[in-house]
Design a protein around this ligand. Sequence first.
Ligand SMILES: [Zn+2]
Length: 132
Amino acid sequence: MKISKPLVEAMVAHAGETYPEECCGLLAGAVGRPTHLYRIQNVHETPKVFYEMAPKEQFYAFKNMRHNGLNLLAIYHSHPESPARPSQSDIRLAYDPEPCYLLISLQQLDQPQVRAYRIVDGAVAEEPLDVL
Ligand SMILES: [Zn+2]
């Protein structure tokens, strides 16, 4: 997927702020490229290794997308201490085949990694990420 540098930087900043817990959020855009980022609070009871989006915040993000004629393009979250690859639970919980799944790894704090995946019916495929 194509993504602007400021949006990548915004996700990395979010991951840094919630470290050592996982952050999560949504990216939306009218067509193709994301233009809007929605930070969503991680309400999982074990937030260092899992994420669960706050339902109310998720609801308002989708409402805002509809209001602005935007589509959900990507779901992002961070891995504070592990690589930028979907975990078993990430794969199991990826119920939506449409959006891209973005992983931000802070395993190497001085060199955050961002990778993109498609997850369809449990099958994971990495997708090129073009940072513009
Ligand atoms: Zn994960």
